[in-house]
Design a protein around this ligand. Sequence first.
Ligand code: DOR
Length: 451
Amino acid sequence: MTAPVRGGDLWVRGGLVVGVDGADPRDVLILGGRVQQVARKVAAPPGCPSLDAHGKLVLPGLIDTQVHFREPGLEHKEDLASGSLAAIAGGITGFCEMPNTKPATTDPEKLVDKLRRASGRCRADHAFFLGATKDNADRLGEWETLPGCAGVKVFMGSSTGDLLIEDDATFERVLRAGRRRVAVHAEDEPRLRERKARFATGSSVAQHADVRDVETALRATRRLLDLAERTGRPVHLLHVSTAEEVALLRERRLGSLVTAEVTPNHLFLAAPDCYERFGTLAQMNPPVRNARARDVLRQALADGVFACIGSDHAPHTREEKSKPYPDSPSGIPGVQTTLPLLLTAVRDGWLRLGDVVRFLCTGPIAVYGIEDKGAVAPGSDGDLVLVDPSRTGPLDGSLLRSKVGWSPYCGVELAGWPVATVLRGRLAWQDDRPVGEPGGVPLSFAPPAPR
Ligand code: DOR
């Protein structure tokens, strides 16, 4: 196991530094991996390496709260080296990885195994979720604060892999066993079983959103909110896909007890068009729904219903995706495309530039209690992404770094492109190439609040 070098010195000159409230021309001085000074002009110590950021946007390194990097067991789709390469290529300097690997991450040994695999191979800072099962439900509270653990993930409905907590009694045990916020995939398994049986023969991917219908998502989300209220355990609702769940979140007003996340896929794609154009490549769980749902999600984002945007980067090979529905696996890669897509949303007027920082930095930090990240401010880790706003044009598939090499967004007109990524003061990515050795280390988290 190689110990990654923790921090470097870098003087980033003349960029437009972006925060949640807007952008200002600023120099940034990073010393020993931490931001030391942010000012109109800073004087760097002699010999300090520098990076010219004139004409570039300078954002804090972004955090992707939901990725599937497939290692161990499914490395033909992705691994921690390739997934984290795609991450830094997209300006993501920290990620939380999901437990539905093979084997699933269900105990401390498997968590430590992932951390070992990440060390010296991972190009971004990282943490791994523990997957809840009926067998580990009562132990998760002891394990959730282990170093490098992002918390606990619950699948209420089955998706890729075999993690599942389908009944409220077991779920309640999970919620009563610990204190950190629990991340939840909310689709109702009993309803899903019924729907799958009904649609079994002769169905096409165009029906994916009917098989896993609005009611399937809504029922689970309703159960989740009830359980969160009953137990007082904070939860995080992943990849909200329906207008009905948005209405429920607005109506129940559960404040910080229930935070929620949306994916770029649910914000940028819509049925039936996506299934007609991309077939099973657009198949994910929960499904991409119609344009009305997409528009409600966009409005909810603007209104503050969502704390963050997670890519749900879920790569499967083209060959796997070309199996006939429903044998085709669900999931869409996306860790590299979130930032350029959101820049496009800014250009198109339905997001503000500061929202990119809000949903990919401050939001993730607040949801999971990530320490030392998320702002270009003294004391924070020197993680930055430089964006060239003049690098516009259609997304070029040859620039994608995920092992699977496809994206439904190839050809989409983008409004900017990340040209350099800095991890704790060291260049990790520049001009479409990785720089230096992989230097990712485990993310650290604030201790959970007492209950
Ligand atoms: O579409 C999905 N793919 N949804 C999930 O919940 C899991 C993911 C995967 O791991 O492939």
